[in-house]
Design a protein around this ligand. Structure first.
Ligand SMILES: [Zn+2]
Length: 354
């Protein structure tokens, strides 16, 4: 490809050659008015034509410049077009950024909305169920043994494992299941610190007779608690644990599934209807002493006697009596007399090793 500029130069040369061939234009010289020939050379001589031939010949420089201007224009046009495109792109980018920002803000707002709604519902739920949550927050004792009601591996007598037996054994090795509710629960009238005392019907009938006998001797007996379901025991156990710790709860027989009150065969007594008084001091009250001497006659035994904590696994509880039936209660009592051990236990009687 021939260079543009070369072509241009060539053309320019041609023009100049052509112009030299052309006849030289006539130029008349005019003398200035009032001047003589002598001064003619001193006077300004100017051509009477206003143009010269060369004026019409495009100067290579001019041409070059025109060309350059064209180029510049083209360049400018191009630049302008580029600028327009660039502007458009920028505009589009800004638009996209804006919409991106919008989308991000919408997402953040939606997330915040969802979060606050969840929080609202959560706090509403928490408020509604504050009691349950409080309870759940309390430490729970996980029984070390699966609650079982048919323990045969220890070769225990059947009456100790039969759920309907008055001798049903409940201790830390022999638990009652969550769902165990004894049959034959009744609500006999027993002077009590609570409105209604639930107890096994036979045990309740015998307790009534025992209470009447005590009263005939001027002893007032008041029942503070009878049957308790698993949940009630669990709640009490949790309260005790949260106040005094797990060891204390266990030492006092308060672990859900391991408490005799779930059998409906245990009753707690006090001598003062206005005071539950489930303390060791009950032992020395007239009511405590009377029960200790006569309960067996009505089928009851002191289940956790003094000094036998290592055998029963539970602290001394002079107020807690357990119905085992008149025959067994008498047998245990007589064995104690025979062994000169007034605190002879249910465990010892059945030779239950722990
Ligand atoms: Zn009790």
């Amino acid at each position: 490809m021939p260079n543009k500029e070369d072509t241009f130069e060539k053309e320019l040369k041609n023009i100049k050659i052509e112009s030299k061939k052309a006849p030289f234009p006539d130029i008349d010289f005019e003398l200035e008015n009032g001047t003589d020939d002598n001064t003619i050379n001193d006077k300004i001589v100017r051509p009477n034509t206003s143009t010269s031939l060369f004026d019409n010949i495009p100067d290579s420089k001019e041409l070059m410049e025109e060309k350059k201007v064209d180029d510049v224009f083209r360049e400018l046009e191009k630049t302008a077009a580029d600028l327009k495109i660039h502007e458009a792109i920028e505009k589009e980018e800004k638009k996209q950024q804006k919409s991106k920002k919008k989308t991000t803000i919408i997402i953040i707002l939606s997330v915040l909305l969802v979060l606050s709604i969840s929080l609202l519902f959560l706090s509403m739920y928490a408020y509604k169920n504050r009691e349950e949550i409080k309870k759940a927050a309390k430490p729970t004792l996980v029984p070390t043994l699966e609650p079982s009601t048919s323990v045969t591996e220890n070769q225990l007598p059947a009456e100790l494992t039969d759920l309907n037996s008055f001798q049903l054994l409940v201790d830390f090795q022999h638990a009652l299941s969550k769902d165990y509710v004894p049959a034959n629960l009744a609500t006999p009238y027993l002077n009590s610190t609570t409105d209604v005392i639930q107890v096994n019907a036979e045990a309740g009938e015998m307790a009534k007779q025992m209470k009447a006998a005590a009263e005939s001797e001027g002893i007032s007996l008041t029942v503070t608690s009878g049957y308790m379901n698993y949940k009630e025991i669990e709640e009490r156990a949790m309260d005790i644990i949260s106040m005094n710790g797990e060891e204390y709860a266990k030492a006092n027989g308060f672990l859900a599934g391991y408490n005799e009150h779930q059998t409906g065969l245990a009753l707690d007594f006090t001598d003062d209807p206005t005071n539950i008084n489930n303390t060791a001091a009950f032992k020395d009250t007239p009511a405590g002493q009377w029960l200790f001497a006569h309960a067996h006659e009505y089928g009851f035994i002191q289940r956790y006697p003094e000094g036998k904590e290592s055998i029963t696994g539970v602290n001394f509880e002079p107020w807690h009596y357990r119905y085992v039936g008149v025959d067994v209660a008498n047998a245990i009592y007589n064995k104690g007399v025979e062994l000169n051990d007034p605190n002879y236990t249910f465990e010892e009687y059945y030779n239950i090793e722990k």
